[in-house]
Design a protein around this ligand. Sequence first.
Ligand code: PMP
Length: 438
Amino acid sequence: MTVQPRPNALSESYWMPFTAARAFREAPMMFVGAEGMHYLESGGRRVLDGMAGLWCVNAGHGHPRITEAIRTAAGQLDFVSSFRMGHPGAFAFAERLTAAAPEGLDHVFFSNSGSEAVDSALKIARAYYRVRGEGGRTKLVGRAKSYHGVGFGGLSVGGIGRHKRDFGPLLPDVYHLPLPYDPARMGFPNGRPAVGADYAESLEALLAVQDPSTVAAVIVEPVTGSGGVYPPPQGYLERLREICTKHGILLIFDEVITGFGRLGTCFASQAFGVTPDLIACAKGLTNGAVPMGATLVSAGIYEAFMAGPPEAVQLFHGYTYSGHPLACAAGLAALEAYEQEGIFANAAAMAEPFAQALHALRDAPHVVDIRTIGILGAIELAPRGGTRGPAVADRCFAAGVLVRAAGDMLVLSPPLILAPAEIDRIAQTIRDALLAEA
Ligand code: PMP
């Protein structure tokens, strides 16, 4: 049977992710192109992208170097099996990526998304203890409000209850730390709050109940991202690191959002001076241009797996598209672009103007909290726990600025190539939208 394409471009054939598909068809937000800081609508209107796509196009949209690298790679080698085969691009990219990573994270396992990078990290953590003869270490610790993707592993350690509602039993033996934030003590933070390191003691308290020798790993986002941009209190991550080291537990940073320059350094780990044992990353890894995830691991972990007989596969894990040639080419070009164009340095330079512009909205209607760090920001709106965000974001979009809305929050994460004029436009558009909502 020949299937005729339907005349309606918005047919229900496409089951849209994360989207109220029927509402979307009433008021579609559709883009046909993108360049630099802007999306392009079919009518020709340019929309300022306050979200870097979805926290990912750090070097701006349609970066010529990255586009060209993908084009060249596609013409050369389309695919290589991930079983017993390789290609030079994966080795070259791995070397380049680990050189940019925090010291000691010298090896990388490739996947295709943030969710897969997280699940790979969790599986590597458990398998690591098995190969070391400590198979009893299986428990995993996450944190409230964390987002670690949609795989059953990431969903289990994730800390947003409503995301789990429809999906039945998740992984057993998973525990959660509290979010290290209290608006009464730490409200309106610009960067890391001075108080709150004591939240890390909740890990010691949990271990006192659970027996540390049964715990494999603790996973946190260094800055809670989709849950609402919560910068970690000063000393908090340092203390988590100490506690994990003391008990021989692996510390995993989910840097899917914070990786590749959001805080002015390649990884948040470098900005905070705290080195985890594993880092999951994605998004800015290829500047969003080709799907890819990566799990960086310490030499100690890698060596434990390599200690077996040379012919043995120690980790039966991977994806058909792990280290895909197009993704590796895009990733290599993205890292070169970040470095040669000083993109992380621009993020560092713009962080304070960005923070000032957002915090100046403190007196605008409905605002109950504003949190900023690097080129990340969240504006929380009254009533707390309400749903004012989408209405305000719709007004911003009508005015030509794309901001992300989640419940009572507006979230900002523009490309790292932003300039003061764009910061001002984003802030002014939000102010106007908040005033119009009054
Ligand atoms: N971890 C974090 C911190 C994320 O922000 C995301 C995506 N927003 C993920 C994991 C999942 O990534 P993906 O959607 O690529 O699977």
